[in-house]
Design a protein around this ligand. Structure first.
Ligand SMILES: Cc1cc2nc3c(=O)[nH]c(=O)nc-3n(C[C@H](O)[C@H](O)[C@H](O)COP(=O)(O)OP(=O)(O)OC[C@H]3O[C@@H](n4cnc5c(N)ncnc54)[C@H](O)[C@@H]3O)c2cc1C
Length: 390
């Protein structure tokens, strides 16, 4: 399926350095591809003479040889990210509907212990790859390894979080495997032809696009906090398969020198169970201290509307909404936020929404579980006082 066009090949050898697996040999100005090529396409991109061609049409379009749903698991310092269990919950639902298996793909260092949690979270099978150079995410190593596993084992669906890592990894995988990718899905379903319908907002949330991928696998990224994890089932059984790979030949282009946490203390808004959010009604940066105090008492994090972020009262890391983060905490307290559609898009799935706003006609009250029509500078100190007492 990989062909060297002899008439075009100049024997320059650039492709030998471009192969992440070191599988290209140059002998007497002739290029040879060794056994084990996974058709990643890196050499095709490197060759300036277009002398390397990959013909994978037949494999890609024969959808019958693809089966199973895969979820790429994210973890940091051997702790699972919330998105991993959310995707497993959704993956379980899809694989039950397709009557196929659900596989969790877990890369990292000293992560084997996490496999049990992934099985109780819905996986039938966990593929683990446990090496020191997988300790943290690196584009080249993770892409090469995941693309290779997908190519060899052929799942029909691959779900990846729409997180900074997933947004870097998923397009690379899709490009290597010459398949499609639907980013930032908010809903997934299976149609009557057993295809994955990938639903995501388009045109600023004004329409919902339903997207079908013709090729396989069908790769989708899903925003954190949109899907719900399953309650852990300790009776659930599954198998753990350890993947042995030689990753030494993959040379990352970047090296991590230091790791600076996004949030100095407490949970980030993506992970927090309680979020106290402030908008333009806060009026000044220093007033966010009030919300920080309330969030601290509730063990939560501080969020913000774009208006507050654009006023430089708080950093963009805290922005909730269409151009910020999607959150779904147990409790969301919106203080001085009007409830614009772009803000609501990022928090509407919160379990309980409390809105504090002076204007009784503010749209935030349409989605609030509890609405307090009042001045936030009166209500928030009262809440702090009352909660401190308890
Ligand atoms: C493409 C695009 C993407 C966007 N993405 C986002 C996004 O990701 N997140 C986001 O939030 N916005 C986003 N926006 C902006 C969005 O349209 C709104 O402008 C923004 O959400 C408004 O923020 P706000 O509610 O804080 O301010 P406002 O709409 O000005 O509301 C302030 C509210 O505070 C109330 N208030 C004032 N004083 C008090 C007080 N003392 N006590 C109680 N209530 C008080 C007022 O009654 C008012 O309802 C986006 C816009 C566009 C066009």
């Amino acid at each position: 399926m990989i062909e060297i066009i002899k008439e075009l090949c100049t024997g320059c050898g650039i492709c030998t350095k471009g192969c992440p697996f070191g599988l290209i040999e140059l002998k007497e100005k002739m290029v040879f591809i060794k056994e084990g090529c996974n058709l990643c396409g890196a050499c095709v991109d490197k060759c300036k003479e277009s002398a390397i061609k990959i013909k994978i049409e037949d494999v890609q379009y024969d959808t019958s040889c693809f089966s199973g749903v895969w979820v790429f698991i994210e973890q940091t310092e051997s702790k699972l990210k919330g998105i991993s269990l959310e995707l497993l919950g959704e993956g379980r639902r899809l694989s039950d509907e397709l009557k196929t298996s659900l596989t969790a793909v877990l890369f990292g260092e000293r992560v084997k212990e996490l496999a049990k949690t992934l099985i109780t979270g819905g996986a039938d099978e966990v593929l683990t790859c446990d090496y020191p150079n997988l300790a943290y995410y690196q584009d080249e190593i993770y892409t090469t390894l995941l693309a290779k596993l997908i190519f060899e084992r052929r799942p029909e669906i691959v779900l990846i979080g729409a997180t900074p890592i997933g947004r870097s990894l998923a397009p690379r995988i899709a490009a290597r495997l010459r398949t499609g990718l639907t980013a930032d899905c908010t809903e997934l379903r299976i149609d009557e032809e057993k295809r994955l319908v990938q639903i995501r907002p388009a045109f600023g949330g004004n329409i919902m696009a339903s997207i079908i991928t013709k090729r396989r696998p069908q790769i989708a990224t899903v925003r954190p906090r949109v899907m719900k994890p399953l309650p852990p089932d300790n009776q659930r059984k599954g198998r753990v398969i350890e993947i042995i790979e030689d990753l030494s030949s993959i040379r990352p282009k970047a090296k991590r020198l230091d790791f600076i946490k996004e949030y100095a203390s407490g949970p980030g808004i993506e992970e927090a169970n309680v979020i106290v959010s402030g908008g333009r009604g806060l009026k000044a940066a220093e007033n966010f201290k009030l919300l920080e105090e309330l969030a601290r008492l509730l063990g939560g994090a501080v969020g913000a509307s774009r208006a507050a972020v654009d006023s430089s009262w708080i950093s963009h890391l805290h922005q909730v909404g269409q151009t910020g983060k999607t959150v779904s905490p147990k409790l969301y307290i919106a203080c001085g936020i009007s409830g614009a559609i772009q803000h609501i898009a990022g928090m509407r799935t919160s379990d309980c929404i409390v809105a504090i706003n002076k204007d009784a006609s503010a749209p935030i009250f349409d989605i609030a579980t509890y609405g307090i029509v009042a001045d936030l500078f009166e209500i928030v100190p009262l809440l702090i006082k009352e909660i401190s007492k308890r």
